[in-house]
Design a protein. Structure first.
Length: 448
């Protein structure tokens, strides 16, 4: 299972685009995978004959074998994959990685492997697992080593970080779960299946627990319970983390877009078949230039340090089928309005088609969210961690304003900036937002 995003721990096979036994060329689309960020298409990184290992609908941890490419089945690759999976694990459980690798290479010796893993996870002088490997191999009949596979004899459980977190949130005892990962390791799917299945002793009290649908006792009618998919859970977790960890503050400014409206009409007239820049494309370009002027806004706060990025990559929030996705316009400060417009359209199409690539989802340095097309005049967006700020774009509307002592009608748009106070302070953030307004109110600077 390839790692397709920086936060990915496991993925689900949605659809194989090639059949078992097909010859595959390097760079050819191979499989569609559901990740924690979006549905993505993975391309073959080498040529060979395809042998499918994981079936559609299977959920596997990063590093587990989903297929093999090449003559003879590529058994050596299979042996290396479990180790790669464990190295990708945040806990770096080297003992579990060794066990998974040895189990795949020698399935006839499961009991010594369990003993070896138990000893490396947490040594205990009282355990039989402390015996040397050679001695353990001579005594494969010992039954005690197979019992603790879901968890160690001293109560320690082998589980991925995300499985531990979900179990803690839901109050689930991991020691009661039998893991389906390498060496009996518990993965997220195991915990989710436990959530979906009521425990036997709870069946007589089923009415006291929350079923999928039940009448409300407060006059709300029937209640339906809908499970979140992987992407929705990731968005919920990241937004909660953002609000819990980032001390944010908000400021709003009105922008006179009258000259931008005139320029856009002129660009549409000469665009031909090419997509004409939208007002959101104007905002992307203006924000990118302002980020070059205020490099701290083009950064992040992490582990007590500021991170300032050399590239200006503007993420644009796009509504997907199930959740919000933020693909990236790379080097937006160096691109013209026409190029930004073309790339933004293609990004939106790839999001809808599930063709978006991992870098396009994870390399953003600043984010823009636009709800103006829904008639929203002003809103406050939540920072996309660990970025310094996010810009919320409201509806462009004609409003009466005073110019040179006279009331005139102008095209006004509101921009709301949400900032992480650990990175940006009030005065600097106000100057940064003001610079975006300056670029938008003199739009010819954006077309240069």
């Amino acid at each position: 299972m390839p790692r397709l995003s920086d936060s990915m721990e496991e993925g689900t096979i949605l659809k194989w685009l090639k059949s078992d036994g097909d010859d595959v060329s390097k760079g050819e689309e191979l499989v569609e995978i559901e990740t924690d960020k979006a549905n993505m298409t993975y391309e073959a990184d080498e040529a060979g004959t395809l042998e499918i290992v994981a079936q559609e609908g299977d959920t596997l941890a990063v590093g587990e074998t989903i297929c093999r490419l090449g003559e003879g089945g590529g058994s050596s690759d299979e042996d290396e994959q479990p180790e790669a999976e464990e190295e990708a694990d945040e806990q770096g459980d080297e003992g579990a990685a060794d066990e998974a690798s040895e189990e795949e290479a020698a399935d006839e010796e499961p009991e010594p492997e369990a003993e070896e893993d138990a000893g490396e996870d947490e040594p205990d002088d009282d355990e039989a697992e402390d015996e040397p490997d050679d001695e353990a191999e001579d005594e494969p009949e010992e039954p005690e080593a197979e019992e603790p596979e879901p968890g160690e004899a001293d109560g320690r459980v082998k589980a991925s970080p995300i499985a531990r977190r979900i179990a803690q949130e839901q109050g689930i005892d991991l020691s009661t779960i039998e893991g389906s990962g390498p060496g009996g390791r518990i993965v997220k799917a195991d915990v989710e299946q436990t959530e979906a299945q009521p425990e036997p002793e709870a069946e007589p009290q089923a009415e006291e627990e929350a079923p999928k649908k039940r009448p409300s006792d407060q006059g709300r009618g029937d209640i339906d319970y809908v499970e979140l998919n992987r992407l929705q859970r990731t968005v919920a977790r990241r937004m909660a983390e953002s609000k819990a960890t980032a001390p944010d503050f908000v400021m709003t400014v009105e922008v006179d877009m009258e000259e931008a409206v005139t320029l856009r009409q002129q660009l549409k007239a000469v665009a031909g078949d090419a997509p004409a820049p939208s007002f959101n494309d104007f905002v992307i370009k203006a924000a990118a230039l302002a980020l070059k002027d205020f490099p701290r806004a083009n950064g992040a706060y992490r582990d007590g340090q500021f991170e300032q990025y050399s590239r200006v990559n503007v993420g644009v929030a796009v509504a997907g089928q199930d959740a919000l996705v933020v693909p990236t316009v790379f080097d937006a400060d160096k691109k013209g309005l026409g190029q930004i417009a073309e790339e933004a359209c293609k990004l939106a199409e790839r999001v809808r088609d599930g063709k978006i690539t991992p870098p396009e989802l994870s390399a953003g340095t600043f984010t823009i969210s636009n709800l103006g097309m829904y008639g929203i005049k002003r809103f406050v967006a939540v920072i996309n961690p660990p970025q310094a700020a996010i810009l919320a774009v409201g509806e462009l509307t004609p409003r009466p304003v005073v110019r040179d002592g006279e009331v005139v009608i102008r095209s006004i748009m509101e921009l709301t900036l949400t900032c992480d106070h650990r990175i940006l302070y009030g005065a600097e953030a106000a100057e940064f937002l003001g610079r975006i307004r300056e670029y938008l109110e003199t739009p010819l600077r954006l077309a240069l």
